[in-house]
Design a binder for this molecule. Sequence first.
Ligand code: HEC
Ligand code: HEC
Length: 248
Amino acid sequence: VKKQIALNPRSRLLAALLSCAVCMFNAHAAPPAVQVPTPLNVPDTIAERVQPCVACHGKEGRATNLGYFPRIAGKPAGYLFNQLVNFRDGHRHNAVMNQLIANMPDAYLQEMAAYFAALELPYPAAPSGPATTDVLAHGEALVVRGDTQRAIPACTQCHGAAMTGVAPAIPGLLGLPRDYLIAQFGAWRTGQRHAAAPDCMARVTEKLDTGDINAVASWLAAQPVPARSRPATSIALPLPLTCGSDLR
Ligand code: HEC
Ligand code: HEC
């Protein structure tokens, strides 16, 4: 049974990868029609089965420096699992991701999430891009202190003082490309990305204007990832806004 579940996703992933050059840059690309034979003599381990993921997400799940792919290694398992479920069930939109994991059972998504969450790797700096000192200072202020007058909580109140996330379901904010960060706020704003209701990130996004988003993303992407980048195990409660994701 296990073998069967494992091979189908793999052929689907390989087929999708062959059309990768097109689909990565074209959200409306047609699904790949390529027939790929299942490779023989490949050990059937989770590390082997996630090889197609690594082509985009970087070696062993680290972010590549191509600019857009988020790192997935070392992120909290519950967070990764929630994202995979959201892509599969259409609550979060990305043509490639939606297609790759369509129909994969929860247990398999859980297995992949656990695999990537357990990887502890040093991260290369994320691509950041040009930003003035003023922009960076504004970004830092919002991330670390928030803005009480505008009722914007500090990002660190939920994502952890070290910004490496909080197990099991709040992701870290470091090591993510600036373009990826900006795109996520865009996705929350346009309803392309949802988390379980109440979706606290959607509420945070409503409070930020484009200048704020640019500043926050520029500052975050310019921060080095600490050597110990594991998510924190607990956070001061209550959180400044209620989040529907299962955070226990
Ligand atoms: C063709 C490239 C590609 C492949 C192959 C791919 N991904 Fe992705 N993945 C992406 C992109 C692009 C995003 C960001 C989508 C967005 O903007 O929301 C993403 C997002 C994700 C996220 C959310 C990350 C976060 O921080 O929220 C997870 C988890 C993920 N992918 C897991 C996987 C797994 C597991 C596989 C293998 C089954 C895989 N991906 C294969 C391109 C890819
Ligand atoms: C009230 C708690 C809370 C606050 C405050 C908060 N976040 Fe989040 N954030 C979350 C949760 C929970 C998630 C996971 C959502 C999901 O499951 O999709 C998240 C996800 C994210 C993601 C997606 C990460 C990825 O890898 O795709 C980004 C980016 C992000 N937050 C940035 C910020 C920034 C920047 C701020 C400050 C301006 C902020 N957040 C403030 C709770 C919070």
